[in-house]
Design a protein around this ligand. Structure first.
Ligand SMILES: NC(=O)c1ccc[n+]([C@@H]2O[C@H](COP(=O)([O-])OP(=O)(O)OC[C@H]3O[C@@H](n4cnc5c(N)ncnc54)[C@H](OP(=O)(O)O)[C@@H]3O)[C@@H](O)[C@H]2O)c1
Length: 271
């Protein structure tokens, strides 16, 4: 990964706080991006509110309207050239950032302890399967594709496997075990799919933030000096981190900087 040249990055879930902040940083730094959105005007108004100019949106961002479970829409988002972008020969984006997640509501009926219900409890699993299918189809369709993208997915703490050091403080563990069980089962399945399909990417980074705070607006960034970073063998234990700082970390470490040292890692982030 080059640390200086501008590249094209594909975003999924960019109307959500973490990925939106990351996309805004990337566009403001001069990178080109594609973004899949169910409601494109929601994405553009969020980016304008982040201080990204209309000119930058017009020149550096291609928005694909669609659903992230739709393989054809995913292929359009990650393929450049071949009529999708500015012409030229087909190529894949250099990097993919996914902050996809379900819409939560509280389930209380017949439960002693309430828990999160998701509009789709398989959202990150299904969208990862769609991404893997899209890549397999594109590699088959264009055998001359020169590059494989780096994939960064936003997962969560609290999904470590047995035998690995715990990445959730003792006080939070009951909450994680009960309340957050559904989204975490989905994240486990997503992580397993990513780990089992490394060959489709030039590298993968699984980001595991603690509880998320804020709305992802760039004005609420605390800065990387306030972010503690851990790995699977030595996780960073903490309670919360702003969505903005998660987006900032991905931007600085994986997109802008030389993210080689994070490839293949499960990176815990907290403040
Ligand atoms: N909340 C926490 O404390 C916490 C802690 C750790 C990790 N996480 C995880 O971190 C990730 C990022 O969270 P966030 O708060 O930044 O984002 P978020 O608000 O959860 O946003 C989710 C994004 O996914 C999109 N999306 C959902 N289903 C889609 C579909 N079928 N097709 C296309 N787009 C779809 C949403 O688009 P629309 O605008 O169209 O709905 C939105 O852009 C999520 O996976 C979340 O579960 C959360």
């Amino acid at each position: 990964m080059s640390s200086t040249s501008n590249k094209t990055i594909a975003f999924f879930g960019a109307t959500g706080g973490c990925a939106n902040a990351c996309l805004a940083y990337a566009l403001n730094a001069g990178h080109h991006a594609t973004a899949l959105a169910r409601t494109p005007p929601k994405l553009t108004s969020k980016l304008l509110a982040q201080g990204v100019s209309q000119t930058t949106l017009d020149t550096n961002l291609r928005i694909i309207k669609g659903d992230a479970t739709d393989v054809a829409a995913v292929k359009s988002t990650i393929l450049l050239g071949d009529g999708n972008d500015n012409g030229g020969s087909p190529a894949l984006v250099a990097s993919i950032v996914s902050g996809l997640g379900g819409t939560p509501s509280l389930e209380t009926r017949k439960l002693i302890i309430p828990r999160f219900k998701l509009d789709n409890p398989h959202i990150t699993e299904e969208t990862t399967e769609a991404l893997l299918s899209a890549l397999r189809e594109l590699y088959a369709q264009y055998p001359d594709l020169l590059n494989k993208p780096v994939l960064t997915v936003i997962s969560t703490t609290g999904v470590t496997k047995q035998g690995q050091p715990k990445d959730v403080p003792l006080l939070l563990r009951p909450l994680y075990r009960t309340f957050l069980q559904l989204p975490h089962d989905d994240k486990r399945r997503m992580e397993d799919l990513v780990s089992a399909n490394q060959d489709l990417f030039s590298g993968t980074v699984i980001v595991r933030p603690t509880l998320l705070a804020g709305d992802g607006s760039l004005t609420s960034a605390k800065g990387l000096q306030h972010v503690r970073v851990g790995t699977e063998s030595k996780p960073a234990l903490g309670y919360q981190i702003t969505k903005t700082d998660v987006g900032l970390w991905i931007f600085e470490e994986v997109i802008q900087g030389d993210g080689q040292k994070w490839l293949g890692k499960k990176v815990s982030l907290t403040s």
